[in-house]
Design a protein around this ligand. Structure first.
Ligand code: FPP
Length: 235
């Protein structure tokens, strides 16, 4: 039986469908999803999970209507400036992964605000992926490496699959468990480098319907998995 995972990642899918089912606007689903994230982060922290990464907004989400993108950005600002205060008090450190380009100034300011406020917290790290793409992250890391090589700050031999992590947006351990809600079964360009041997738990529940007990079920699934990392069973 495995221990609890060190690093959990969540693709928080199904907010829009949750709202539609209730005759509400998609934005209402995102609002409810925010509350769910707050609950799950606290629950994960209380279970001793050290790292939680969540997909809040992908680089491709800019293809959505201007109204929805603006609503989501306003919601994120509200969360970073106010709502996540409980998270700060609960000793959770917030960091971000993704590209700053195309993000509104007020969003960047709110991101900086919560990063600063929580920088000394150390019980659990919440990595919020915002304007994020997994392939983009690998390209950006490679470009950082090329620049350092070019300037003679590192040598070619310094780069391997472990040191590559240092050049990603955040230097986090590999993902042990990926949870995707909303019924779809794909990775959607999320944390591809960190996902190499992740166990994957798909839930048909829409994200706002995913409660603490559902996270417990995902952990039970994870603990029952035999993790071989490419080797064969020895007994
Ligand atoms: C995917 O559901 C969800 C998103 C694109 C946004 C996730 C954002 C939140 C949960 C808001 C709070 C976040 C933070 C970090 C405070 P979807 O819109 O694709 O749903 P659908 O597949 O049903 O259309």
């Amino acid at each position: 039986m495995n221990k609890n995972p060190t690093h959990i990642a969540i693709i928080m899918d199904g907010n829009g469908r949750w709202a539609k089912k209730r005759g509400l606007k998609r934005s209402e689903g995102h609002k409810e999803g925010g509350k769910t994230l707050e609950r799950l982060a606290l629950h994960a922290k209380n279970l001793g999970i050290k790292y939680l990464s969540v997909f809040a907004f992908s680089t491709d989400n800019f293809k959505r209507s201007e109204e929805e993108v603006n609503y989501l950005m306003d919601l994120l600002i509200y969360y970073f400036n106010h709502k996540l205060d409980t998270i700060c008090k609960d000793n959770i450190k917030v960091v971000f992964s993704g590209r700053k380009e195309n993000l509104r100034e007020d969003v960047i300011k709110a991101m900086e605000n919560i990063t600063k406020k929580t920088k000394d917290n150390n019980k659990c790290l919440l990595n919020i992926c915002l304007n994020y793409g997994g392939r983009e992250e690998i390209v950006d890391a490679s470009l950082k490496i090329i620049e350092k090589l070019h300037n003679g700050l590192i040598k070619k031999e310094d780069i391997n699959k472990n040191t590559f992590y240092h050049y990603l947006y955040q230097d986090l351990p590999p993902i042990d468990l990926l949870i995707r809600t909303g019924g779809e079964k794909r990775l959607s360009n999320f944390m591809l480098y960190q996902m190499d041997y992740a166990e994957i738990y798909f839930s048909d529940l829409y994200f706002p319907d995913f409660w603490e007990k559902d996270l417990d079920a995902a952990l039970t699934f994870y603990k029952s998995r035999e993790r071989k990392f490419g080797s064969v069973k020895t007994d």
